[in-house]
Design a protein around this ligand. Structure first.
Ligand code: GAR
Length: 221
């Protein structure tokens, strides 16, 4: 038998966090990217905040293990919430955690356990139109009200502030005269799915590095 000096790296194990009644379309895009081989990885676990979540239903239908860790149960007990998340994450030992429509701030203890291994998708071009309260349609409403001519989406590494960590990929979407929050959201969402799959694919290949606030390795191909 020949010596195997450089065995192929194992596929990336991915855990995805979703919130509330999220529909899970970004989760779906990541799952599809893994199934098609575009991402060298597998979604091992989806963690939700409530049982009646369409995103969790989507994962269950695909045979992916799901679990609910209810932040309500840990109101005013961030340490308890963090410990519960770490317990379930520890069982699947993910190489990457993807927030996909997860609207809460991930406890510091979780970020400390997975440094540089947590990503988020945001439906605007950060650093504009992010932060607490800026989620879902609120974002598109604020974008339209501001009069900017360009919106888009951002995938970034997560730090301990909302929508703030180093940016991995962004995709612009022009704003049209006839846009409403709904029409803009629909066009941005198409780009979100592409951006998230691209960011996870690059991460799985080991292509990304973080240098201060810059993420290198994601030049347009
Ligand atoms: C996406 O548009 C995502 O960018 C946004 O929630 C939506 C989830 O949709 N995230 C945020 O606003 C985070 N600040 P999905 O459940 O269909 O993936």
């Amino acid at each position: 038998m020949p010596d195997v000096e450089d065995p192929e790296p194992a596929p990336l194990k991915i855990a995805v966090l979703v919130s509330g009644h999220g529909r899970g379309s970004n989760l779906g895009a990541i799952m599809a990217g893994c199934s098609s081989g575009e991402i060298d990885g597998t979604v091992e676990l989806v963690i939700g905040t409530r049982t009646d979540s369409p995103a969790l239903e989507r994962a269950r239908n695909a045979g992916i293990p799901t679990i609910v860790v209810s932040p309500r149960k840990y109101q005013d007990d961030e340490a308890g919430y963090a410990a519960a998340l770490l317990r379930v994450l520890g069982k699947s030992e993910p190489g990457l955690i993807c927030l996909a429509g997860y609207m809460l701030k991930l406890p510091d203890a979780v970020l400390e356990q997975y440094p540089g291994r947590v990503m988020n998708i945001h439906n605007a071009l950060l650093p504009l139109f992010g932060g607490k309260g800026m989620y879902g349609e609120n974002v598109h409403r604020a974008v339209l009200a501001s009069g900017v001519k360009l919106s888009g989406c951002t995938v970034h590494f997560v730090d301990n502030q909302y929508d703030n960590g180093p940016i991995i990929v962004q995709s612009p979407v022009p704003i049209l005269d006839a846009d409403t929050p709904e029409t803009l959201a629909a066009r941005v969402l198409v780009q979100e799915h592409k951006c998230y799959v691209r960011a996870v694919r690059l991460f799985a290949k080991g292509a990304l590095s973080i240098v201060e606030r810059r993420v290198l390795g994601a030049d347009p191909e």
